[in-house]
Write a protein that binds this ligand. Sequence first.
Ligand SMILES: Cc1ncc(COP(=O)(O)O)c(C=O)c1O
Length: 449
Amino acid sequence: MPKAVLRHLTQRNPCMVRGEGVYLFDAEGKRYLDGASGSSLVCNLGHGEAAVAEAIARQAGTLAYNPFHCSHSEAYLELAERLVRIAPPGFGRVFAVSSGSEAVENCLKFSRQAHLACGEPGRHQVIGRWQSYHGNTLGALACGGHTGRRRKHLPQLAAGVHIPPAFCYRCPFEKTHPACGLLCARALETAIRQLGAENVAAFIAEPVVGAALGAVPAPPGYFELVRVICTRYGVHFIADEVMCGLGRTGRPFAIDHWEVTPDLIATGKGLGAGYFPMAACLIAEALAADVERRGAAFEGVHTCCGHLLGSRVGCLMLERLVERRLAENAARQGARLLAGLQEIARRRTSIGDVRGLGLMAGVEFVRDRKTREPYPPGLRFAERVMDACLERGLIVFPGHGTVEGVAGDHLLLGPPLVIGEQEVDELLSILEEALAFVEGDPEVAAFSR
Ligand SMILES: Cc1ncc(COP(=O)(O)O)c(C=O)c1O
């Protein structure tokens, strides 16, 4: 590994040189099925799409850079229109940026500025949830609840409040849905009352929790209750769809699975589909109009806001999402993937839970299925599975922290939205073989019950 590389990967990590559809190829010509769309559910269109490369080249040859705070550009206007067309009803404005973290930061800033414009200067607190992830910049890290990623930066993070996650497999209230009465959503109302609604700007949540929990959708009724509570107390509801949005869960946005309209949506990853860094904040028209009526304008800018190459990629991605019915494919192939994972869970001892929505699937590992006790963190069970998968030609996304943010292993699976049946079956068969190998390792078997 050259010295210039800051993040050390093991010698066993391959050097990828080419991508085609759902496959990547390394320098030795070995083929890998990309079960995580480029490590963190990004490459929704698959790899090596010539049409995307051509669109980028055409735009670069015409007009590459003209940020929207200078003047209008066709590619950006088209992107904004296409996003609004697939957004939940009532969404009318788009502020495009270059990463999911920036999208989250700008949602937080919009919320704060809107409260200021509306004469409520006290509203500044953001309520998030434990075991969530909203990005790695300091504002996003602060409202996120990813214990591992926050730890080193705690003194730099703005004070905020986190409520328990909506996580039925390990319910923080030790209840069962629906008899629980959605205590996890009611915790939001308690937090708002404790802080004083006049101090609370927004509540932020991932409709399907990605990296922090491994594809955990909130239970039915959760976001409907969140919406009622937010409206009651004048708090903005921000849906973080950076990972779960844009067709991944089988609908245009994951929040479409609930009967709910947020005030702001952060989206990213799949928007640039790995071909260009692209993300966006979507803002409810009523909220934006209210701010404008009061003579205020949103102050927030980055050098590469709404970059035209990214806008062009985003347009093509959204065109394909609609015309090639990629969300429908995600729903269909996702159902096959989840059914296959359930089958594997019946045969293998280390899987405690299988969950997900569409092509965002999670597998949680336990050493004891009855007690749901996790493997010791030092065993690095998820990494072992990742290594065994890589060896056999499959890329997966391992994660930790399902138990109070500090223990527990999971895998996140999210292949490109263009995946077909045979490729889903191939993914499942490699994963099962890798799991059998890991479970059979004497170091692991010593801990299994
Ligand atoms: C839900 C969610 N929000 C925000 C982010 C941050 O996005 P980025 O890494 O593009 O800054 C991520 C990244 O994994 C994410 O999963």
